[in-house]
Write a protein that binds this ligand. Structure first.
Ligand code: ZN
Ligand code: ZN
Length: 264
């Protein structure tokens, strides 16, 4: 929606391209395992898709499989952690703490019979320009539930919905249980994997793999660098590290820097 500064995008693209060159030249000298299953002897252009090890962090409700050069990710939308939004008889039900029964949104997690699918490139690239996120699912979290942006509805700011959010920054909505804020059920100011965004880039907690606070993030909270899953580095997002209403952290209030596909 907003006009974006061009410089961070160009800088990010440049880093990406530089690193791409570096990694392809280094892989040509250490790609013996690649060539075992690939008759293409030109290792510089070897683009055999592989499934990122990051997918191992997703719960069993989520499946990820290669389809050509793409990864198809599917989930039933149900989180693997406790919440007051489960029905009271569900084993993962807990009483509300940061929200109250009166303030909670209608519906329980187990009311939903969801099915979500996202197809992204196995090796996503930065787009020429950024693009705005929309209402609804913008990413799939490692828990199995989905990630929303910083709006609660058309022209409805998230502030209006904060009282209904559970301890892990999520609530039910018309279609699903979804996160708006840092999901402290499994990540609090750390480097844990949060999920995968609709443009195929992974999003991590507020800190980098070594526990440091990233200082070179672009306007979407992304940068090129190592992650807990990729020591060579790749473009990835972080949860935005700006306190929201004093004590919360919005997962992804910015724009996509890659090319998003629909989560449907
Ligand atoms: Zn919501
Ligand atoms: Zn990082």
């Amino acid at each position: 929606m907003k006009y974006k500064k061009l410089l961070p995008i160009l800088t990010a693209s440049l880093f990406y391209q530089l690193n791409s060159c570096d990694s392809s030249s280094s892989s040509s000298s250490s790609s013996s395992s690649d060539t075992d299953t690939d008759t293409d002897t030109d290792t510089d252009t070897d683009t055999t898709p592989t499934l990122s090890p990051a997918f191992a962090d997703f719960t069993g409700n989520v499946s990820a499989s290669l389809s050509g050069n793409n990864v198809v990710i599917t989930t039933d939308g149900l989180p693997d952690h406790t919440s007051p939004y489960w029905s009271t008889t569900h084993p993962l039900y807990v009483a509300p703490t940061v929200t109250t029964t009166a303030a909670m949104a209608p519906g329980t997690i187990d009311n939903f019979n969801g099915s979500y699918s996202l197809t992204v490139s196995a090796s996503p690239e930065l787009a020429a320009g950024s693009s705005a996120t929309g209402l609804g699912a913008i990413g799939i979290a490692v828990s199995g539930a989905v990630i929303y942006n910083d709006e609660e509805g058309p022209n409805v700011p998230l502030d209006n919905a904060v009282p209904s959010l559970d301890y892990t920054g999520a609530h039910t909505g018309p279609q699903s249980y979804h996160y708006h804020l840092e999901p402290v059920a499994w990540s609090t100011n750390d480097s844990a994997l949060i999920g995968i965004m609709a443009d195929g880039f992974f999003i991590y907690g507020r800190l980098d793999h070594d526990g440091s606070t990233p200082t070179d993030l672009d306007e979407s909270g992304g940068h090129f660098g190592p992650t807990i899953h990729n020591s060579e580095g790749e473009y990835h997002y972080h949860i935005q590290n700006d306190a929201y209403l004093g004590s919360y952290y919005i997962i992804f209030p910015g724009d996509y820097q890659g090319t998003p596909n629909n989560i449907q």
